[in-house]
Design a protein. Structure first.
Length: 219
């Protein structure tokens, strides 16, 4: 009986932790919904969704002037948070293409999480999008190798490999490797494309992403 009670309490604690994790983004998501109420984005746009690397790309539309872009990145998010809020910031827009950047926070916030676990979170999001938006193109941006998170690079590389192999066998989906141009010819990370935190990109970094993403965008 005591053992059963322990597991019940443990499950409740895990559920509470997840709820608090999602709740921490509630204000940011509410702000997006407020924007929608004032001016709802057009259908068949290109949706950028994920963590702060997208959220901080506030002028992303300027990088892709020939496309209609919706940016719904929210800072600090993990893949499970994107899954949780998909019914608010993905499905309602009926985009023709969805670009996802997320996953590095999954590793940063949980030292025990494996590459396989993060990959499976992505697959869950992928198939949920497929269910709700079967015609939408889905692009997954490789998890970048930020200098401040070098200790996590091996897990990130493994996740990228798993995602690339998976997407190679999926219809209407792509793996977009934005990492190659972020290293110099000697294989050293280019630190000048990062902000002072050595985690988030500056305009030079986003310029690299622009050139890597542009060939995949749907007209």
């Amino acid at each position: 009986m005591k053992r059963l009670l322990f597991f019940i309490v443990l499950l409740m604690a895990v559920s509470l932790s997840r709820a608090q994790s999602n709740e921490s983004f509630a204000r940011e998501i509410a702000n997006y919904k407020h924007q929608d109420s004032l001016h709802f984005p057009p259908k068949n746009a290109i949706l950028f969704v994920g963590s702060s690397s997208f959220r901080k790309w506030t002028d992303v539309q300027d990088y892709f002037p020939d496309f209609t872009v919706i940016n719904r990145g929210f800072g600090g998010s993990q893949l499970q948070n994107v899954i949780f809020y998909a019914n608010k910031i993905i499905y309602p827009y009926h985009p023709k293409q969805i670009l996802i950047y997320c996953g590095d926070n999954d590793f940063a916030y949980d030292k025990t999480v494996s590459a396989e676990t993060v990959f499976n979170r992505f697959k869950t999001l992928f198939f949920q999008i497929r269910k709700h938006l079967p015609k939408a193109n889905i692009g997954f941006l490789a998890i970048k190798y930020s200098p401040s998170r070098e200790r996590l690079w091996s897990k990130m590389k493994r996740t990228n490999q798993l995602a690339q192999n998976f997407l190679a066998n999926q219809r209407n989906a792509e793996f977009i490797d934005i990492t190659k141009g972020m290293f110099d010819k000697n294989g050293k990370v280019i630190t000048s494309i990062y902000q002072n935190d050595m985690l988030h990109l500056n305009p030079a970094g986003y310029k690299i992403w622009q050139s890597d993403i542009l060939p995949y965008l749907l007209k």
